[in-house]
Structures are given as structure tokens and as C-alpha cells.
Design a protein around this ligand. Structure first.
Ligand SMILES: [Zn+2]
Length: 128
């Protein structure tokens, strides 16, 4: 799709909405391959010059996402990509599989999730 100011607004609204549903901080995001290339190399390492091939990329550790607007051929696909990449931020432990796909679908349908909490091992009594 061609990136227009209207489309940019639509994307921003979608990112805000899904970030709220997923209880994550709204990430920084870029919409063009050339913007990926302006990001520091240590952030994009491994998915930098290859970024154009994907519908989207989540640079999870840095809370930055790339939505490849040009590659998306419909609003629906773009919406799915936005949900998909944001689900990666909320569920960093999920690989691509049925669990992740189910969450993407649920987010598109309006489901909300509690904030992500890293599991902390409880100290055993003997350590106290
Ligand atoms: Zn993914």
C-alpha cells in the first residue's frame, strides 16, 4: 500500500488501540524500509537489510516495530501485521505457532490482556 497521511493516522490509532488492549507501552514504530535503515545497527542486527521481505518486524528488546506498509496489499493485512507485531511485544516468549495466532485473532476481535509480568522464582525457605 502507498503510505498517505490518512493511512499514517489510521495506523497510529490502531497501534494505540492494540497497545492499550495488550497493556503494553505504545512502541516506537517505523513504516518505511528506509526508516529501518536509519535505526542504529545494534537494534536492527539480523533484520535490517532483510526487513523489506517481511510484513513486519518487532525489535522486542528495544520496543521498536517496523510495519512494512508497502508490502501490505490490504488494510486487513496491515491490521493483522500490527496486531501480530504488538503481540510479540506482549508475549515475548511465544514463537510463531497456534498460540500466537490465536492471540493475534483475539486482539483483532477486541480482547484485552493484563500486563506482562516476568515470572520470578520464589525463594525457597532454606534461602531465607
Ligand atoms: Zn512474528
Amino acid at each position: 500500500m502507498r503510505l498517505t497521511p490518512d493511512l499514517e493516522d489510521l495506523i497510529d490509532n490502531q497501534v494505540t488501540k492494540y497497545s492499550t488492549q495488550l497493556s503494553i507501552a505504545k512502541p516506537k514504530y517505523v513504516l518505511r524500509v528506509k526508516d529501518v535503515l536509519t535505526l542504529p545497527k545494534e537494534i536492527t542486527r539480523g533484520r535490517r537489510t532483510s526487513a523489506y521481505r517481511y510484513y513486519g518486524v518487532a525489535y522486542i528488546k528495544h520496543n521498536i516495530v517496523f510495519f512494512n506498509v508497502k508490502r501490505s496489499n490490504s488494510l486487513r493485512k496491515l491490521q493483522e501485521t500490527i496486531a501480530h507485531e504488538l503481540v510479540h511485544l506482549r508475549f515475548p516468549y511465544l514463537n510463531h505457532g497456534s498460540a500466537l495466532r490465536a492471540k493475534v485473532k483475539a486482539v483483532i476481535h477486541g480482547r484485552c490482556y493484563r500486563p506482562y509480568k516476568k515470572r520470578v522464582k520464589k525463594r525457597s525457605l532454606s534461602e531465607n
